[in-house]
Design a protein around this ligand. Structure first.
Ligand SMILES: CSCCC(=O)C(=O)COP(=O)(O)O
Ligand SMILES: [Mg+2]
Length: 230
């Protein structure tokens, strides 16, 4: 019996275009100024720059070169934990100034509330940092959705295509794998979750549903129908 829903964000609760056409360009536009202003005075920024330097093999004292690395990583959609942490800090400013709201599909907002009210426990697992996750749901088009969530996981538990990450999440939740339903739009992530025993539904929000041996849903209403049919 499913007791926990673990959901991805981009392509699942929220549109890919919001992440790629609003959030990433905002980060790219403000990254240089943000890093130059905060790299000495803000320990959280400085610590992430240490990690950027280490992973990229860049001289830690060369701030221009570190900014170049970060901008290249944004263009490549790299899921580096340090980039994701810096993006989360940057987006806070954008949300708070009202530059944008977090996009959450209406069906997702609706069923997150219904599932929460039915007693299911809801968690997020996204490559975006926990801070970024709380922001997209906290400043969403549908209002503050964070009260529906019991917790958040990001790439600090591992990459989303790595089975080990899902094992770590199960350990932290302290539950049996088959009580967890993982929702994602990326098949490799679903395979990793299934390999440790989690149940999955593949969200295919655009276009025709593919033939697949795993459950596929176009939106959260269809996920709910699959849940009830189990
Ligand atoms: C938390 S909103 C920003 C999402 C993000 O930065 C990202 O890389 C999307 O990753 P996901 O694992 O949600 O597909
Ligand atoms: Mg996704």
């Amino acid at each position: 019996m499913i007791r926990i829903i673990l959901t991805d964000i981009e392509g699942t609760t929220s549109s890919i275009s919001f992440v790629h056409e609003v959030l990433f360009p905002y980060a790219a536009e403000h990254m240089a100024e943000f890093v130059r202003e905060g790299h000495q005075s803000t320990p959280e920024i400085s610590a992430q720059l240490d990690a950027v330097a280490e992973v990229s093999g860049t001289d830690r004292s060369d701030i221009d070169a570190l900014i170049e690395v970060l901008l290249k990583w944004i263009q490549e959609d790299r899921k580096e934990t340090s980039l994701k942490a810096l993006q989360g800090m940057l987006w806070q400013q954008g949300y708070q100034e009202g530059a944008f709201h977090g996009h959450v599909y209406a069906d997702a907002a609706d069923y997150l509330q219904r599932w929460h009210d039915r007693g299911l426990r809801l968690f997020v697992y996204s490559s975006g940092s926990v801070k970024a996750q709380k922001l997209i749901f906290g400043f969403s088009d549908a209002g503050d959705l964070t009260p529906f969530f019991s917790g958040y996981f990001d790439t600090r538990v591992g990459g989303k295509k790595q089975p080990e990450a899902y094992r770590t999440i199960l350990g932290e939740l302290g539950v049996e794998a088959e009580t967890v339903l993982f929702l994602s739009d990326v098949e490799a992530e679903l395979e990793a979750a299934e390999s440790v025993g989690m149940k999955t539904v593949w969200l295919v929000r655009e276009g025709k549903k593919p033939d697949s041996s795993r459950p596929v849903a176009a939106d959260f209403a269809e996920v709910d129908a699959l849940l009830r049919a189990r």
